[in-house]
Design a protein around this ligand. Structure first.
Ligand code: NAD
Length: 524
């Protein structure tokens, strides 16, 4: 059987190394990229529909959360009609793109990966400015973007061509994966390069056409990624780019009868809306829409009395305050055995006091701003709720500066059923909860509607094994922090209200974008 893999040989996948910013040459390169990118602020970006540049009457701006008066880019505010036109264009383009051999589509991803690698610092600089990531966090986002292109490219080689089935008498039989059709790709802003690009290239490499509608908070990075994909060889009508409001453009994409699937990552509430919209058959719709939905979390770290408390403190601090707590995997609950509770809280507060907050272009700041004014208001509101639900032992308000800076905040003695222990805050706010023992900690950890990531710190093997069996999360980490999933090594996606467990960066992921056709021919 001639598979595409045989024709296009690639070394085994390895993760893109992170940039070492302690090296002077890398610091100089990042400073130069930040300067260059700042010179491109304020540009207006068109949409791309059916290969044409399209503008709209109404515009929207993307601003820098570290310095809100800085306009990063000006964008089109698509109407629902424009979004629908993009689906029609993608449906037309599907007729040719689905016939392009898999290796050709894979080559596009490898070319995109190369191009992103060559422009690494520049892309990280855009991320740093548009969504307030520190240098290190922005670089991790860029590296993950490269990883998705490299990993899904290789995976498509594995899935291309006839797949073996059990031989059956007097038949030539096999199975082959074919694309679905038009995909609406609707990403969040918090991994503005990696998630937007990852979902897009997964859909494209499997032979689908795409309408990408980025988050209102991060359209510039999406626009840069779209430019890179066009340069790498994605035909413009195959990847349509529509900017605008989620409830207008995103809603129109999810509901269109020619949309075959929606790949969404974002909040629980919007994910559920999309699930409903996709589930309702529209007039003229020929299929049951597929919805790949990756949603929020209320991720917990369990600190057992038999844990290395210092390691747990470090892991919790990084997972709670890295990127200002705005990762779906962020630790927002520390569930601590009463035997080590006081020591843990005291050590955590000491550690978290060292967290620096300020503009993200300055590498001295570990935490940058939260993404927007409304995000900041929402977080500050939760902190006010938390003041009634527990004891604020660190932070508890805004940090100085014009940007949307929030102090790293630790709220101790929180009841497991309190709002700040149940609802996703998506900011640098950690609830610390006391548990009677390990079983109690596991019970508390599982007692939310989410099930995304979780971590357990313990030196007791039996307890770790129990967590493996009963801690109901899509990504469980033992004696390490609950953030920082690596493509290939940690396929990512959650249970319950955290989503459909699609496992991005895993070997099952591309199957969400394919359907299998079984063929059997009677031997003559
Ligand atoms: P969001 O739900 O507000 O927005 C996500 C996307 O949906 C955006 O592109 C937005 O424009 C669009 N949208 C909004 N309303 C819509 C509608 N009615 N119809 C169609 N599209 C609509 O989420 P966000 O604030 O961008 O991202 C943060 C959330 O994403 C958090 O809850 C976080 O946990 C989650 N997240 C999950 C994962 C994961 O892998 N599970 C990864 C990253 C982020």
């Amino acid at each position: 059987m001639a598979t595409a893999e045989a024709k296009l040989q690639k070394p085994e996948f390895t993760n893109e190394p992170f940039v070492d910013f302690s090296k002077p040459e890398n610091r100089t390169a990042m400073e130069a990229a930040l300067k260059k990118v700042a010179g491109e602020f304020g540009r207006e970006y068109p949409m791309y529909i059916g290969g044409e540049k399209v503008t709209s009457a109404e515009k929207m701006t993307s601003t820098n959360p570290s310095h809100p008066s800085q306009v990063i880019g000006v964008f089109q505010k698509a109407t629902a009609e424009q979004a629908r036109a993009a689906v029609e264009a993608a449906a037309k383009a599907f007729e040719s793109w689905k016939r392009v051999p898999a290796e050709k589509r894979v080559e596009v991803l490898f070319r995109a990966a190369k191009s992103i690698r060559e422009r690494k610092f520049e892309i990280s600089a855009w991320i740093c400015y548009e969504v307030g990531k520190s240098w290190v966090e922005a670089d991790a986002d860029t590296a993950e973007t490269i990883d998705f292109c490299e990993f899904y490219g290789r995976e498509m080689l594995r899935l291309a061509g006839p797949q073996k089935v059990t031989p059956y008498q007097n038949e030539r039989n096999f199975m082959t994966y074919i694309p679905l059709g038009v995909g609406a790709v609707i990403p969040p802003w918090n991994f503005p390069a990696a998630i937007a690009t990852g979902m897009t290239v997964a859909a494209l490499v499997t032979g689908n056409t795409v309408v990408l509608k980025p988050s209102e908070e991060s359209p510039t990075i999406a626009a840069r990624m779209v430019e890179i994909l066009y340069e790498a060889g994605v035909p413009k009508d195959v990847l349509n780019f529509v900017t605008g409001l989620g409830e207008v453009a995103g809603d129109a994409l999810a509901k269109h009868p020619k949309t075959r699937f929606v790949a969404f990552t974002g909040s629980k509430d919007v994910g559920l809306l999309i699930s409903e919209a996709a589930g309702k058959r529209q007039p003229g719709q020929l299929w049951i829409k597929r919805a790949v939905l990756e949603m929020g979390g209320k991720d917990a770290t369990i600190v057992d009395e038999e844990a290395d408390v210092d390691a747990a403190v470090e892991g919790v601090a990084q997972a709670a305050f890295g990127y200002q707590g705005q990762k779906c995997s962020a630790c927002s609950r520390a569930i601590v055995s009463e035997k080590v509770y006081d020591t843990f809280v005291q050590k955590l507060v000491e550690r978290a006091k060292k967290v620096t907050v300020g503009p993200s272009e300055d590498p001295a700041n570990y935490m940058g701003p939260v993404v927007s004014e409304s995000a900041m208001k929402g977080i500050l509101n939760y902190i006010e709720v938390g003041k009634k639900e527990g004891k604020v032992v660190l932070g508890g308000g805004r940090a100085p500066g014009d940007g949307y800076f929030v102090q790293p905040t630790v709220i101790a003695d929180v009841d497991p059923k309190a709002r700040i222990a149940q609802e996703e805050i998506f900011g640098p706010v950690l609830a610390v909860i006391k548990a009677k023992d390990f079983d109690d900690a596991l019970r508390i950890a599982n007692d939310t509607e989410f099930g995304l990531t979780g971590a357990v710190y313990s030196k007791n093997k039996a307890k770790l094994e129990k967590a493996e069996e009963t801690f109901h999360v899509g990504n469980l980490y033992l004696n390490r922090k609950c953030t920082g999933a690596m493509v290939g090594a940690h396929p990512f996606g959650g249970f319950n209200m955290s989503g459909t467990d699609s496992k991005t960066g895993g070997k099952d992921y591309l199957l969400h974008f394919l359907q299998a056709k079984s063929i059997a021919e009677k031997a003559s």
